[in-house]
Design a protein around this ligand. Structure first.
Ligand code: CTP
Length: 410
């Protein structure tokens, strides 16, 4: 299942390094080629000889080793890999990559690479929970570094908590999952809308809504992770731009529509934005003042419906147009009516009854509804929902017959 995949494995200094030996064995059993870089601290825990015996290759150590550099430069080392895996990933190596330091071969290879990096952290629970490590973890995740673990449990230092390196089996599954997911939508173009729109009343005031953009951003990130060339058109949100996604920032519905049109053609469009249905008929040139009488009358005019216009884009219409519906009752009936009205292919109906905590929260309860069926999804994180939608999109664009949803109830 990993035939021909080339893994550059960075082994940093932690007691969990002994588990990495088992990981190498399992990777090679599954057909992957493994080349190891051992840090100076890592060499205190496992020997170069053990790594060389298991990888069947030379082990790379010092940055300024003239023999190594003559055979293979440190840049080439990381370029030659399909994936860089850091196991164990210590607090130190996470800090180095987060701050861009490169003072040994391992950190230099990590900084020089343009390939995905998967880290399996292993450290004392207090080190893992230290604000510095939390920040480094968040920074690396934002930039697209993948993580597996750490797990909770007893640790070699005698404490209990998060910090145990994931088991070799879990790291292997994460590696296999990465290769299975990456590339499923390679060569496809995707467009996602996210966040609220702000509709100006005057230079300082606007009509807006509380959409966080979390769901749309998670979908864009999952599409990009699956290899799609993804454009995210987002209203004002407090989220970082997702890694690997071309992000266009807009404020109003009209700007959002123009940015979406500019991003066509695309094979798939997912409209997750909470677009304001109306905007003030005119934006005052200057700030509205209190003097001069009572409250100013605000006349509203309808905004363009971005989902409906993408679904009716003629020759430019994406093959798959997906919308959202926020409902508190009669979920399926309301969502079906919206599917027909907007002319899209699928609707993700969001149960936003107060007890679900969906609005602004990290979790969501969705139903995927198509013309022929519906699929209830259990409550899950918005990131997980993004990945599940990408699974369905990949199945559909992969040539599934008709419009039937996978596993659809008839
Ligand atoms: N949408 C859009 N442009 C608009 C309004 C909505 O693209 N001007 C999209 C949203 O991104 C979402 C779907 O249409 O995919 C939601 O449709 P909407 O009719 O606004 O439904 P609800 O927000 O669920 O509201 P209501 O039930 O009041 O119709």
């Amino acid at each position: 299942m990993l035939d021909g995949k080339r893994i550059l494995l960075v082994v940093a200094g932690g007691i969990a390094a002994y588990k990495t030996l088992e990981l190498i064995r399992r990777l090679r059993e599954r057909g992957a080629g493994v080349r190891a870089v051992l840090t100076r601290a890592g060499a205190e825990f496992v020997t170069p000889l053990s790594l060389a015996a298991l990888t069947g290759d030379k082990v790379y150590g010092e940055l300024f080793d003239l023999t190594d550099e003559a055979e293979m430069g440190h840049i080439q080392l990381s370029r030659d890999a399909d994936l860089l895996v850091v196991a164990p990933a210590t607090a130190d190596i996470m800090a180095k990559l987060a701050s861009g330091r490169a003072d040994d071969l391992a950190s230099t290879a990590l900084l020089a690479t343009d390939k995905p990096v998967l880290m399996a952290p292993a450290m004392n629970v207090r080190m893992w929970e230290h604000p510095a490590t939390r920040d480094n973890h968040a920074t690396l995740r934002r930039r697209g570094t993948l993580f597996v673990g750490p797990n909770q449990g007893d640790m070699a230092c005698g404490e209990y908590g998060f910090g145990r390196m994931a088991e070799p089996e879990e790291i292997l599954a994460a590696i296999a999952g990465h290769f299975a997911a990456a590339g499923r939508l390679a060569g496809r173009r995707a467009l996602v809308t996210s966040g609220p729109t702000f509709e100006p009343l005057d230079p300082v005031r606007f009509l807006g809504n509380r959409s966080s953009g979390r769901q749309g951003h998670a979908i864009a990130e999952a599409l990009a992770a699956a290899g799609a060339e993804t454009t995210l058109v987002t209203g004002p949100v407090a989220l970082p731009d997702p890694p690997g996604v071309a992000t266009v920032h807009v404020e109003t519905a009209e700007e959002m529509l123009a940015a979406c049109r500019a991003a066509l053609p695309a094979e798939v469009a997912v409209c997750a934005a909470a677009v304001a249905d109306w905007r003030p008929a005119r934006k005052a040139e200057q700030k509205l003042k209190k003097d001069g009488g009572g409250a100013p009358p605000v006349a509203l005019v309808a905004n363009p419906d971005i989902l409906a216009s993408l679904a009716a884009a003629g020759p430019q219409r994406p093959a798959l147009v997906v919308g959202f519906a926020a409902e508190t009752e009669n979920l399926e009936a309301h969502a079906r009516a919206k599917l027909a009205k907007k002319g899209c292919d699928w609707i993700l109906a969001n149960d936003v009854s107060p007890q679900t905590g969906t609005f602004g929260g990290a979790e969501t309860t969705l139903y995927l509804i198509g013309p022929d069926g519906s699929e209830p999804w259990p409550k899950m994180s918005k990131r997980e929902a993004g990945r599940r939608l990408v699974d369905r999109i990949a199945e559909r664009l992969g040539g599934a017959e008709g419009a039937r949803l996978p596993g659809a109830a008839q």
